[in-house]
Design a protein around this ligand. Structure first.
Ligand SMILES: [Zn+2]
Length: 277
């Protein structure tokens, strides 16, 4: 076995290109994973997890990379991050107002994407297209530009009455994605939700919730040589060492010939990564 990198797991950094580029960043030397397609690789759980906020040793990783006290305290672990329509800033109970100012009270995008079928989602404007790639979407289309995270959540909720807001990761990884005309879907959904969206705009001010009508569909092409027929997933909590031939990368998953692994699930784990030779 040849060690290539060792360190604390973070989600892979992505770069949009003809084929999306994935970088594993276990230490300060990013490793271009695309180059390893077709090679037999391994991941080893070195056995300790250090909170990505405070560095404390933790038995379990909460909310992708935090210790329990940080999970209970940090604004990024609050329920309203998952359900932005439940923002409680106005009640004076925000966990960290400076965080809210820098993250929540910033431009957000509501988008349609085809990940395992059509879905609606939200993201900070600065996270486009990273968010789409992390979800394994093959196409995405921004449909609203809104002023705050909460507003994006409210728009998402209205549209989410008609389409999913989730990705079926098994289906996403099988790569059997039916083509969808996102522009036509956008027009249809805006028409269906016209009254509710107009009411929301009225409540929040017309400048706050702006439809995007001139956006192009962004196609996203993943480095996948071969999609799995059957999905079985590896678990580094149960198996300390996993290995297999790297067949592809999609979302934050490595597709090995022996099974798939969601690297994001192991954020903050000490991991060794290398080649079986
Ligand atoms: Zn912590």
């Amino acid at each position: 076995m040849t060690i290539l990198r060792s360190g604390s797991m973070q989600k892979m950094r992505v770069e949009l290109s003809d084929t999306i580029q994935y970088f594993l960043e276990l230490d300060d030397q990013p490793l271009l994973m695309n180059d390893l397609l077709g090679k037999e690789v391994y991941l080893k759980n070195l056995g300790d997890i250090h909170c990505s906020h405070c560095g404390r040793l933790t038995k379990k990783s909460f909310s992708q990379g935090y210790c329990f006290p940080c999970f209970k305290k940090l604004p990024q672990c609050d329920l309203c991050m998952m359900s932005p329509d439940r923002c409680h800033f106005h009640l004076g109970t925000c966990r960290d107002e400076a965080f809210a100012e820098s993250v929540c009270f910033n431009e957000h995008i509501v988008y349609l994407a085809n990940s395992s079928g059509i879905k609606v989602g939200i993201t900070r404007a600065t996270q486009v297209p990273t968010r789409w790639i992390d979800q394994g979407a093959v196409e995405a289309l921004p449909i609203f530009r809104v002023k705050t995270r909460q507003q994006s959540g409210l728009v998402e909720k209205i549209i989410g009455q008609h389409i999913s807001d989730k990705t079926n990761w098994r289906k996403m990884l099988k790569g059997e994605i039916t083509e969808i005309d996102l522009v036509a879907m956008r027009d249809e959904l805006l028409e269906t939700c016209r009254t509710e969206l107009a009411q929301l705009s009225e409540e929040h001010g017309l400048q706050s919730i702006m439809p995007i009508t001139d956006a192009q569909v962004q196609g996203l092409n993943y480095p996948v040589a071969e999609y799995p027929v059957k999905i079985s997933s590896h678990n580094l909590d149960k198996t300390e060492l996993i290995s297999g031939v790297l067949k592809g990368i999609k979302g934050q998953y490595l597709i090995l010939d022996t099974g798939v692994i969601n690297l994001r699930k192991y954020t903050s784990y000490s991991i060794e990564f290398g080649l079986i030779e």
